[in-house]
Design a protein around this ligand. Structure first.
Ligand code: TEU
Ligand code: CA
Length: 553
């Protein structure tokens, strides 16, 4: 099976916010087809589509009511088949989002399951008797409140790690597992090129579903993250499905370390190709979790990424991402979206596209789109944000106090419509957008980017071209330089006699970088820089704020 998923660049499309072709204010599949030439121009190889299956959209498609049909708002199965065909014509692969830790409560399986305790589908979900008036255990949901919902009809509770409308599927049930594998094959036989697997390391829960004694933050996490049978299930999935196709798989696995992560991606274990680790995404989360925003340090950023590089370099492969549909925009979180938006967007892209691992671009990051700050909670759409807002209101916090962390870490930061041009609603829709467009769209949009040769877009395009031209960028070993420095992030990559040097100033100050002698002596050729670079390398170089350079030697 090919290594195309190691050498390729992935572009994540959040269809709801990408492009609306029929004026109903919601992005759709026909809209994506109309923008495939844009993605071809950028040079990406693989599109990861967030869920497009039938869904009541309690959690924007992560609550699936029919795995074999397309969500009404996004179009028809024929539209999907056209999208897949048009993408393949352009040499672009498509991977789908597999959401099988839970379904929608409107899925026929759950409708049947809740009918009676002896219904054939009862055991497709996780039902337990309460403890008197209380839930079966003290676990809490990612979206606030208990992880259990009482169902009067059969006087039992069902487990939902996420929304009430997202009941967890019971992977202990072999029939359920067989249904999942059958559905996966149905999509793979249509010609899709793989799956991103939603919280796939949550599918095995600890027997007995015990109370979590340290009940702070997300209660119960350690009793379902990386559970007792998760590798058994994934090896079965690989045997029954994945091994039969030349595809790519990437598991979303909150709560993994490199040691645990390797168990999912070690090629000899026949499970997955890649995973998304969350250690970097938790770098600015304090003890109170994601909403307890704390400053992050570059030395921690470097330590985490290098630890993951070392952890997987022999027996696995890394994914490299700095944002997605659940995370704030990378230029606002890790860069400087005020005075140095363009420079810091290019700096961060330099890291993502010169580190070892498959790079993931989230829609809009290639034009430097930023976080948003709506005045009122009424402008927000994300269930995680709204539930948390209401929970905090009940605790007596003021709207202003609650909106502050939402501005920094809310998922809607990533879900405002893609900014195509400076016409109304950024050219995303002719109708009323399902969520407001970021007001900065007149300044930040694709049309403007394509007209400016120094735009973030062309910098991403150049980085992608370099990856295709120099195998050292894909496969090169990493040697960290200045690792204790809080402003400079620098390393070399080496592979079969090819070498590159990456120098990045992650600060808003000018810094002087002393280049190691041996690097000066070899004839350096600059490959890319986010400022005009006059000189080649002397032994001491002043780097401007957020300046990045990549040299070949
Ligand atoms: O996210 C899983 C997950 O861990 C999220 O709770 C994420 O860490 C958190 O939202 C960060 O704020 C996946 C999907 O990516 C997410 O969109 C879904 O809401 C969730 O699973 C349930 O399907
Ligand atoms: Ca539409």
């Amino acid at each position: 099976m090919g290594n195309w998923w190691k050498e390729g660049v992935v572009y994540q499309v959040y269809p709801r916010s990408f492009y609306d072709s029929n004026g109903d204010g919601i992005g759709d599949l026909k809209g994506i087809i109309q923008k495939l030439d844009y993605l071809k121009e950028l040079g990406v190889d693989i599109i990861w589509l967030n869920p497009i299956y039938k869904s009541p959209n309690a959690d924007n498609g992560y609550d699936i009511s029919d795995y074999y049909d397309i969500m009404d708002e996004f179009g028809t199965m024929e539209d999907f088949e056209n999208l897949l065909d048009e993408a393949h014509k352009r040499g672009i692969k498509i991977i789908m989002d597999l959401v099988v830790n839970h379904s929608s409560d409107e899925h026929i399986w759950f409708i049947e399951s809740r009918k009676s305790k002896d219904n054939p589908y009862r055991d497709y979900y996780i039902w337990r008797k309460g403890r008197g008036e209380n839930a079966p255990n003290n676990w809490t949901s990612f979206f606030s409140g208990s992880a259990w919902e009482y169902d009067e009809n059969t006087d039992e509770y069902y487990l939902h790690l996420f929304a009430v409308k997202q009941p967890d599927l019971n992977w202990e049930n072999e029939n359920l597992r067989k249904e999942v594998y059958k559905m996966m094959k149905w999509w793979l036989d249509k010609g899709i090129d793989g799956f991103r697997m939603d919280v796939i390391n949550f599918i095995s829960k600890v027997d007995g579903l015990p109370d979590d004694e340290d009940n702070k933050g997300l209660v119960g996490f350690k009793y379902y993250a990386n559970g007792p049978r998760v590798h058994e299930y994934l090896q079965e999935m690989n045997r029954e499905v994945l091994s039969k196709y030349d595809i790519m798989t990437v598991g979303e696995t909150p709560g993994v370390t490199p040691e645990i992560g390797r168990l999912y991606v070690d090629n000899d274990r026949n499970e997955l190709n890649m995973i998304f680790q969350f250690e970097l995404m938790d770098i600015d989360s304090g003890k109170g979790g994601k909403w307890d925003v704390v400053p992050w340090k570059l030395t921690d950023f470097k330590r985490i990424m290098y630890k993951w590089y070392e952890g997987l370099k022999e027996k696995g492969w890394n994914s490299v991402y700095l944002n997605n549909h659940d995370q704030p925009r990378l230029v606002s979180r890790f860069g400087n979206d005020k005075e140095y938006r363009v420079e810091s967007a290019k700096l961060l892209a330099t890291f993502i596209h010169t580190w070892q691992g498959t790079p993931y671009i989230y829609q809009g990051e290639e034009i430097g789109m930023t976080n948003v700050a709506f005045d009122s909670i009424d402008d927000y759409r994300d269930i995680e944000t709204i539930n948390w807002y209401n929970e905090m209101l009940e605790k007596g916090l003021t709207p202003k106090e609650i909106l502050e962390p939402i501005y920094k870490k809310g998922r809607d930061n990533a879900r405002t419509p893609m900014q195509w041009d400076d016409t109304e609603n950024a050219g995303f829709t002719k109708g009323i957008p399902w969520i407001k467009v970021n007001p900065n769209y007149k300044e930040i949009n694709v049309k403007k980017a394509l007209e400016d040769k120094n735009s973030v877009f062309y910098y991403y395009k150049k980085l992608i071209e370099l990856r295709k031209k120099y195998p050292v960028i894909v496969y090169g070993d990493i040697n960290l330089l200045f690792e204790d420095d809080e402003k400079i992030f620098a390393y070399t990559r080496s592979f079969e006699g090819q070498n590159i040097l990456v120098l990045m100033n992650f600060s808003k100050d000018e810094v002087e970088i002393e280049i190691p002698k041996k690097l000066i002596e070899s004839k350096m050729e600059i490959l890319i820089g986010n400022y005009e670079v006059k000189d080649c390398l002397q032994d001491k170089v002043i780097f401007k704020p957020y300046e990045a350079r990549v040299y070949k030697y």
